[in-house]
Design a protein around this ligand. Structure first.
Ligand code: UDX
Length: 441
C-alpha cells in the first residue's frame, strides 16, 4: 500500500485495522514490523496520501477500491485442520464491508486464499448488501513479495497479476486495478487472467519455489553421503538456463508464513477434488523439508560425539531468513526444539528477532544481544539464518572463547569453511562431507 501511495499521489490510501495498538504503532516512529526501506517510504507518504486508522466503517464508505489483506492461516481446529485455510477473519471483513458499503465497490482479494474463494465472498456480499443495486466486483490480486525485499519487489515487480470475472463489470474492475499499477509497472508486466487462474497461480508459484528448495535439499543429502559438494552441484545446475541459479541454495529447510501453508493448502485442495496422486506429489515437498531440518539437527548431535546433553549450543539466526525479524515457521524453531529435547543448553543470537518472540516458543532459551557474548563457553555454533553480518564476525575471537573442540554447523553455507578450519574449528555444512582433519586444539 505505501508503494501505491508513493506512485499514485492522486489516490488516498487508508490502511485500517480494528487493533488500536497496531495502528498506533504504524502511526509512530516504531513500526510494528521490520522490513528494509519500509520506514523511509512510510516517512515519505504518511500523512500525505497514506493514512493509518481504526475507523473501518468510515474508510469502507469512502473508498472505491477495498483490498482485503487479513491473515488466512492454516486451520488449527476441526475440519480441514493442518491443511485448509482459516478464512474466519476474511469472511468477517467481507461481511463488514457488505453491511457498511453504500455504493459500488471493487473488492481486491490480496490475502492468499483457496481457489474459488472469490465465488464464496461474492455470495456473502450479495446476501448482505444494503440494497440490491449495490455491485461488488471481486478481483484477485495475489501478493508475490518476499519478506526482506518487499519494497524492492513492489517497486520493480517481475509481474503483477490481476484476475477477474469474464463479464463486462469484471473486465472493467480488472482494468481499474491494472491502471493503478500502470502508474509505475510496465504494461507488459501486468498479467490479467480469470479469477480462479489468479487464485491458483499464487499457490502454484509458491509450491514451485518450495519444490526447488526441497529438490536441492534432497540432493544435499546425497552429497553428504557420497562426498560430492552441493555448492559445485548448484553451480552446474544453475548454469543450465532452463533451471537457472535462483532459489537453489541448499539450507536447513525453508520456513516463513507462506511455503508450508500454501503447500498444505494445495494438498488440501487436491484431496478435496479427489486428486490423490497429485496431493501425494506435493506432500513430498513438505516431507523433504521436515526431513532436512531433522537431518541437520541429528547431524549436530552425531558429530558432537553423540551427545549434546548440558552442552551450550549457540544458534546464530532465528528468523526464517535474513533481513526480517519474522520467525514464523522458521527452521531454527525445529532445530532448537530438537536440541532442547536432547538436553542441550541453547542460546540464540539474531540481529532483528525480538527476545519475546523466542521466549514465547522457548521459555528457557537465553537470548543474547551480542554474538561474542553469545558464543562464550559454547561447544558449538549453529548458523540457522543467512544474515550477512555472520560472514564478517571475528571468528578467531569467537574460537578463543569457545570450548574445544569448537564446532560450527553452517546450515546456510555462508561462511568461509576453509578459513574456519584453519582457525581450528570443526566445520560441518549442508551438502558437504569434507572431513575435518586438523588436530583438536
Ligand atoms: C515467499 C515467496 O518468495 C513470495 O513470492 C510469496 O509472495 C511469499 O512467500 P517469503 O516467504 O517472504 O516469500 O520468503 P522466500 O525468500 O521465498 O524464502 C522462503 C524460505 O526459503 C526461507 O526460509 C528461505 O531461507 C528459504 N530458501 C530460499 C532456501 O532455503 N533456499 C533458497 O535458495 C531460497
Amino acid at each position: 500500500m505505501p508503494v501505491i501511495a508513493k506512485y499514485c499521489p492522486e489516490i488516498k490510501v487508508t490502511i485500517v485495522d480494528r487493533d488500536e495498538e497496531r495502528i498506533n504503532a504504524w502511526n509512530s516512529e516504531h513500526l510494528p514490523i521490520y522490513e528494509p526501506l519500509l520506514k523511509e517510504l512510510i516517512d515519505q507518504v504518511r500523512g500525505v496520501n497514506l493514512f493509518f486508522s481504526t475507523e473501518v466503517d468510515k474508510a469502507i464508505r469512502e473508498s472505491q477500491v477495498i483490498f482485503i489483506a487479513v491473515n488466512t492461516p492454516n486451520k488449527t481446529y476441526g475440519m480441514g485442520q493442518n491443511g485448509g485455510y482459516d478464512l474466519s477473519a476474511y469472511e468477517s471483513v467481507a461481511r463488514q464491508v457488505a453491511a457498511t458499503a453504500e455504493d459500488d465497490k471493487i473488492i481486491v482479494e490480496k490475502s492468499t486464499v483457496p481457489v474459488r474463494t472469490a465465488d464464496k465472498i461474492r455470495r456473502i456480499f450479495e446476501a448482505n448488501r444494503k440494497h440490491k443495486d449495490i455491485n461488488f466486483e471481486v478481483v484477485s490480486n495475489p501478493e508475490f513479495l518476499a519478506e526482506g525485499t518487499a519494497i524492492k519487489n513492489n517497486d520493480k515487480p517481475d509481474r503483477v497479476l490481476v484476475g477477474g470475472m469474464d463479464s463486462e463489470k469484471g473486465k472493467k474492475a480488472v482494468e481499474i486495478l491494472a491502471s493503478i499499477y500502470g502508474h509505475w509497472v510496465p504494461r507488459e508486466r501486468i498479467i490479467t487472467t480469470g479469477l480462479f487462474s489468479a487464485e491458483l497461480s499464487k499457490l502454484a508459484c509458491n509450491a514451485f519455489l518450495a519444490q526447488r528448495i526441497s529438490s536441492i535439499n534432497s540432493i544435499s543429502a546425497i552429497c553428504e553421503a557420497s562426498g560430492a559438494d552441493i555448492t559445485e552441484v548448484q553451480r552446474v545446475l544453475g548454469s543450465d538456463h532452463r533451471i537457472g541459479p535462483d532459489f537453489l541454495n541448499a539450507s536447513v529447510g525453508f520456513g516463513g508464513s507462506c511455503f508450508a501453508k500454501d503447500l498444505q493448502g494445495l494438498v488440501y485442495l487436491c484431496e478435496s477434488m479427489q486428486l490423490h496422486p497429485v496431493a501425494e506429489y506435493w506432500k513430498q515437498v513438505l516431507i523433504i523439508n521436515n526431513y532436512q531440518k531433522q537431518r541437520f539437527a541429528m547431524r549436530i548431535v552425531r558429530e558432537m560425539f553423540d551427545t549434546v546433553y548440558r552442552k551450550k549450543i549457540c544458534v546464530f539466526g532465528f528468523a526464517f531468513k535474513k533481513n526480517t525479524g519474522d520467525v514464523r515457521d522458521s527452521a531454527a524453531i525445529d532445530i532448537c526444539q530438537f536440541l532442547l529435547n536432547e538436553g542441550a543448553q541453547v542460546s540464540v543470537y539474531d540481529p532483528k528477532v525480538l527476545a519475546n518472540d523466542v521466549h514465547r516458543l522457548f521459555e528457557k532459551v537465553v537470548c543474547e544481544r551480542d554474538p561474542y557474548d553469545a558464543a562464550q563457553q559454547a561447544h558449538a555454533i549453529v548458523i540457522a539464518t543467512e544474515w550477512d553480518e555472520f560472514k564478517t564476525l571475528d571468528w578467531s575471537n569467537i574460537f578463543a572463547c569457545m570450548k574445544k573442540p569448537a564446532f560450527i554447523f553452517d546450515g546456510r553455507n555462508i561462511l568461509d569453511h576453509e578459513e574456519l578450519r584453519s582457525i581450528g574449528f570443526q566445520v560441518f555444512a549442508v551438502g558437504r562431507s569434507i572431513r575435518n582433519d586438523v588436530s583438536y586444539s
